[in-house]
Design a binder for this molecule. Structure first.
Ligand code: SAM
Length: 262
């Protein structure tokens, strides 16, 4: 069976990847995803042993799932989180009642907007993405480069465009490379919710995550997108690697992994 799988193209093996066709060249998709699919399958098998999957009520009190949330302009496009992921992120924001949120990887700002809509009125939502001119020293995977440089244009959005002119919300947009960004720029108070969704290679995921563990408040939550996602195999590999030391969960029916200090 595994042998047969190896003979298939990445699109036959993972049919949902056809949605990427036309957004990035097929040969890059084969190179970055196809060539690593077997390694990904091993990593996800390993991760399942230490990262339990469950509903939100496995991690938080059951009342969390009974809350109502607010969403506006939430359909998004390729590169955004799914609707179910978004609902779960908003429910977590509602439950935690954060004073400070940080999203690493703004993209079009769709998730930023929903988090800010569900946060208390005194909460500040910071969101960080790369500036237009990316420094030559920044090393992104080819797919991350496509997402960062071309996807928003293809969908007619721009960095943070979903929350542009939302002066009713306390969203502060920052531009910089998350690996070298000086986080004291967003104040020294610890952060209650950190959403890690920038570069998806191992090294950057490790840098962003270690930074997040340092910045997290006592009852804080870290969320990672693209766990259990063949498109970004290093996210699963990294989370599997840290899951023996850090208690992580996978939110069922999503590609979200979570660490909760509560
Ligand atoms: C998948 S998108 C984020 C999606 C967004 N969080 C959402 O839920 O709608 C990844 C974003 O991370 C940004 N990014 C990639 N590498 C980065 C880095 N080193 N520092 C800051 N942002 C980065 C990209 O420019 C891109 O906009």
């Amino acid at each position: 069976m595994a042998q047969l799988d190896k003979q298939k193209s990445i699109f036959e093996r993972y049919p949902h990847l056809v949605t990427l066709r036309g957004l990035a060249p097929d040969d890059i998709i084969e190179q970055e995803i196809g060539s690593r699919a077997d390694e990904f399958e091993k990593d996800i098998e390993r991760a399942r042993k230490t990262i339990p999957s469950g509903n939100l009520n496995k991690i938080f009190p059951p009342e969390l799932e009974l809350q109502s949330i607010k969403m506006e302009n939430f359909l998004g496009h390729w590169g955004n989180v799914s609707i179910e992921e978004l609902c779960k992120i908003c429910l977590i924001v509602k439950f935690i009642q954060p004073k400070k949120i940080l999203e690493i990887g703004t993209y079009n700002g769709m998730t930023t907007l929903q988090m800010a809509l569900n946060a208390p009125s005194d909460c500040i939502t910071y969101t960080l993405d790369l500036p237009e001119e990316i420094s030559a020293s920044l090393q992104l995977s080819q797919l991350d480069t496509y997402v960062s440089k071309h996807f928003k244009d293809k969908f007619g959005t721009s960095t943070g465009s979903y929350f542009k002119n939302r002066n009713d919300l306390k969203i502060i947009q920052k531009l910089g490379d998350s690996a070298t960004f000086d986080y004291s720029e967003i104040g020294n108070d610890l952060i209650d919710i950190i959403f890690i969704d920038a570069a998806h290679d191992y090294k950057n995921k490790e840098i962003d995550s270690e930074q997040a563990f340092k910045l997290l408040s006592k009852k804080g939550v870290i969320l990672w997108h693209n766990y259990n996602d063949v498109t970004c195999p290093d996210v699963t590999k990294y989370l599997a690697d840290i899951s023996e030391k850090r208690k992580l969960f996978h939110l069922r029916n999503t590609m979200l992994a979570i660490y909760y200090n509560g």
